[in-house]
Design a protein around this ligand. Structure first.
Ligand code: GAP
Length: 489
């Protein structure tokens, strides 16, 4: 494939063509930065979600999962700091009226410098931007944009407004009464799932009799009014987060922060994705709640970008909720402090957070899996698009393909379907040539295809074809289920 832009476009087209992702309400020309998951995408997304959920909850005795509501009491967002601080600096082009997030505008320019081979210039620009962002120096940022003659992509002019802050939260109204004060009824669509965990900290701790250190995990929708929402499902206005808040004793945050960095990187690597596709990026400008933070970046087709955040959130959130709700958010720790010989006693726990976007993880998985292969020989031209998905994430695990539609082959194939269906997702297909059926399954990422042929009728064996190597072997039909089960685990 010519370059990464083409590769990214090919992945987006593949997602649409094979039922993974569609633009939202496409018959009305779509809605910017909102996407629907199709029949294959919903399965793949669910498998990623389940893999995360299992690794967090089932495999950690001290982490439990909850499912909090999207709507929360509006004071939640005052307390968490989102009403006052969840802003992005934006700049408008006066000629095109197009609005840009300042960091995205500068990053876009740096990318074009890199494409032109001016790597050092691009790096210097990004370093200058990071330093100015860290100081909230908006005048300096505007100067940087002007000095670098960064143009609007639409008007192609440098006629910029001053930089202003825009809040990213969506709001709506509760109830049917029209209030004279709209603020009375205003509720927000949560911009992060984490606050649903914080406000339930004591509910879970008490009812679950949890002892520190312990974690609460959650998967759910979050909403942000991203001004520049682009790059497919990388940055959306409605997306899903998989977050875990790990409650710890104050003073132990450095050690837990390092532990969770390592644990999360190992989770990514456990999917068989090469280690060099990941890197850590420490935050220069810390969010209002953090005393340390980093991203796990992944090499997407458009370069290394944030996939997951790991944040040491101190006791900021619980302290704020205690102050705003006037309800104590303390934990009594009866373990003995070796320094004093007495119990640690009451305190507001510190928190390490791991936060990953499910949709971003989907994009990472599918872009890593996508391959176009030239299979031409001297005799004929041939190629295939294949999704080399980790077996445990593949939407369909096994395709059962009778060679013909007659001679009792469909009936025998149905027997295999009946045996496997309760254990994993199978797919039955009798249309088209076997070659075409294999290609379609490759494109969906199905790791195993079984062909039931005339020999199967006499000796009970079938051909199993492996997606990645395309190798085929003859196995007993009675062993297929076990073979696939082993590969899923
Ligand atoms: N609770 C902390 C928090 O929300 P964040 O870094 O703003 O931190 C965490 O978001 C993760 O959520 C990101 O690493 C990313 O994977 C995902 N995410 C954030 N904004 C997103 C968006 N607009 N579209 C898709 N995923 C997004």
């Amino acid at each position: 494939m010519a370059n990464d832009t083409n590769r990214f476009q090919a992945i987006i087209s593949h997602c649409k063509e094979y039922g993974f992702i569609f633009p939202s309400s496409e018959i009305y020309d779509g809605l910017q930065a909102v996407y629907d998951y199709g029949q294959m995408g919903a399965e793949l997304k669910k498998n990623i979600r389940d893999y995360w959920w299992k690794s967090m909850t089932q495999l950690n005795d001290n982490i439990v999962g909850i499912d909090a509501a999207i709507f929360m009491h509006p004071t939640t967002w005052k307390a968490s700091g989102h009403v006052d601080n969840f802003n992005d600096p934006m700049i408008d082009n006066k000629d095109s009226k197009k609005r840009y997030r300042v960091d995205h505008l500068i990053e876009g320019h740096a990318e074009s410098l890199k494409t032109a081979g001016k790597d050092a210039e691009a790096d210097a620009l990004l370093a200058a931007m990071d330093a100015l962002l860290a100081k909230d120096d908006f005048a300096g940022l505007k100067q940087l944009i002007e000095d670098n003659k960064i143009k609007c992509a639409v008007s192609e002019t440098c006629n910029w407004t001053d930089i202003r802050q825009f809040n990213l939260m969506f709001s709506t109204e509760f109830g049917s009464t029209v209030s004279s004060d709209a603020e009375d009824n205003k509720v927000y669509l949560r911009p992060e799932t984490a606050q649903g965990i914080f406000v339930n900290f004591l509910n879970v701790q008490k009812t679950g009799r949890m002892k520190i250190p312990f974690g609460i995990a959650q998967v759910g929708k979050a909403f942000r009014n991203e001004i520049v929402a682009r790059q497919f499902i990388f940055r959306m206005r409605e997306f899903e987060q998989m977050e875990m808040q790990f409650f710890i004793r104050p003073g132990t945050q450095k050690e837990w922060y390092e532990k969770w960095k390592e644990t999360r990187l190992n989770w990514h690597k456990s999917l068989g994705i090469p280690a060099e596709k990941y890197r850590f990026h420490d935050h220069v400008k810390l969010a209002h709640y953090a005393d340390a933070a980093c991203d796990i970046e992944f090499e997407f087709p458009m370069g290394f970008k944030e996939l997951e955040g790991i944040h040491s959130r101190t006791d900021f959130d619980l302290k704020q909720h205690q102050e705003y709700s006037k309800k104590k958010q303390q934990y009594f720790d009866n373990d003995i402090d070796p320094a004093t010989g007495k119990p640690y006693g009451n305190y507001i726990p510190y928190v390490i957070e791991t936060s990953i976007g499910l949709d971003r993880m989907f994009l990472a998985v599918i872009s890593q899996a996508y391959e176009e292969q030239d299979l031409s020989t001297e005799e004929k031209k041939d190629s295939r698009a294949v999704l080399k998905l980790p077996v445990k994430l593949a939407p369909i695990k096994l395709a059962v393909l009778p060679l013909t539609k007659k001679d009792g082959l469909p009936e025998l194939a149905e027997q295999l379907m009946a045996e496997c269906r309760p254990h994993f997702r199978c797919f039955y297909e009798e249309k088209d040539s076997i070659g075409k059926r294999y290609r379609r399954m490759d494109a969906l990422g199905t790791p195993f295809c079984v062909t039931v042929d005339h020999q199967s009728l006499t000796d009970g064996t079938v051909t199993i074809r492996h997606r990645d190597s395309m190798e085929q072997e003859r196995v007993k039909m009675s062993e297929v289920r076990e073979l696939v089960m082993k590969a899923i685990c």
